[in-house]
Write a protein that binds this ligand. Structure first.
Ligand SMILES: [Zn+2]
Length: 365
């Protein structure tokens, strides 16, 4: 290493920890198994292809989500992501433009994926979706242990396994779930009407809630607990896709986008959050290609390793849809969540992947 390079490295501000950072609050928001293909190309032309699966009311989905160009299709499916995030933030993962974001755990299903982006580490020991308390520390648990974040971390989640993935009893921050949680979990308070609706609204799937309940709980948390770091997980997309119901999958995706837009608007209406909040939006895994494998994901479906993420906030340059980017690993999300609020998760857990420099305010090369 040359002497000059050593001096340059010594003088460079630590990645993502610049003193002029504006972000005080971070939200990580995920949609289970929502493909990069819909995010960047919009709806597939499914009603013309019978092997595709059940596409419900094909006239209604064509009217709502079919347009002539991929750009028009994605804008009508994800109005907030393309109308606001793409203009003020960044989107990664469009393989048509040489931007690859990959699951690195090699399994391409949920527990390994949630563990990877929450803890920054693709743990080879995690090989099922069983309710086993995670031994790895997630970035929200770690933030909650910092003085500045104590009592200001929360999660609202859709899937019954997530309290185990978060190791909620050890993590200590309040979690909202519509299901049983491991002993010792601190539950987030919500209005009784929501609890009543959730108890009687679990009629579709046994371990997954309808996303509308999760969105309601998350907005309630913002108004009451006012978290500085929050994790919100949605997941209708994955379940409708496994059922091969493309109409419901698309409508789930559309409502996911609408929720993010509403939460963003809520944050911008509150002085505590306005201009000092970053949203990171991503998924636990991708899915296979149309017309058949889009329904599923897993080790044997190689394409389901490809995923995407989006970021909007005051410290992320408004570069929009990225192209020709270096490969990003899912594991980098955890340290990125920390770095965006000035906290160095990667140094605290050296086995975790480093933050994504271009979204946490590092100078562009
Ligand atoms: Zn799945």
């Amino acid at each position: 290493m040359t002497r000059l390079l050593i001096i340059l490295l010594a003088c460079a501000p630590a990645l993502g920890f610049a003193a002029d950072r504006k972000t005080q609050n971070v939200f990580l928001i995920t949609a289970d198994g929502l493909r990069w293909q819909e995010v960047f190309r919009g709806a597939e032309d499914m009603p013309l292809n019978k092997e595709f699966g059940n596409f419900g009311n094909s006239n209604a989905i064509r009217k709502d989500f079919w347009r002539e160009t991929p750009e028009a299709r994605r804008e009508v499916l994800f109005p907030f992501i393309w109308g606001t995030v793409a203009k003020q933030g960044q989107l990664w993962g469009n393989r048509d433009k040489s931007s690859d974001v990959r699951v690195s755990n090699g399994r391409n299903f949920s527990y390994p994926g949630y563990n990877e982006f929450l803890t920054g580490y693709a743990d080879p020991k995690i090989d099922s979706n069983d309710k086993v308390l995670n031994t790895n520390t997630n970035v929200f648990e770690w933030l909650h242990a910092q003085r500045a974040f104590r009592g200001r971390v929360a999660a609202a989640i859709n899937w019954d396994v997530l309290p185990w993935i978060l190791n909620a009893p050890r993590a200590g921050f309040p979690v909202w779930s519509g299901f049983d949680v491991p002993a010792g979990t601190k539950r987030m308070e919500v209005p009784p009407a929501l609890t009543e609706m959730v108890e009687r609204g679990r009629t579709i799937w046994s371990g997954v809630l309808l996303d509308t309940f999760v969105g309601h709980a998350a907005k309630h948390a913002v108004r009451t607990i006012k978290p500085r770091a929050m994790y919100v997980s949605f997941g209708e997309t994955d379940d409708w896709a496994h059922e091969g119901n493309y109409e419901r999958y698309l409508r789930g995706a559309y409502e996911f986008d609408r929720f993010i837009g509403e939460l963003w608007a809520l944050c911008q209406s509150m002085s505590r959050y306005r201009g000092r909040t970053t949203f990171i939006i991503t998924v636990d895994h991708g899915r296979g290609p149309a017309p058949i494998a889009w329904k599923n994901h897993g080790k044997e479906i190689v394409d389901s390793a490809y995923m995407w993420f989006a970021v909007i906030g005051p410290d992320t340059a408004p570069l929009g849809e990225r192209s020709n980017t270096p490969l990003i690993k899912q594991a980098q999300i955890a340290a990125t969540v920390g770095a965006i609020v000035g906290q160095d998760f990667h140094s605290a857990f050296p086995q975790s992947a480093p933050p994504i420099a271009e979204v946490v305010g590092a100078k562009q090369p």
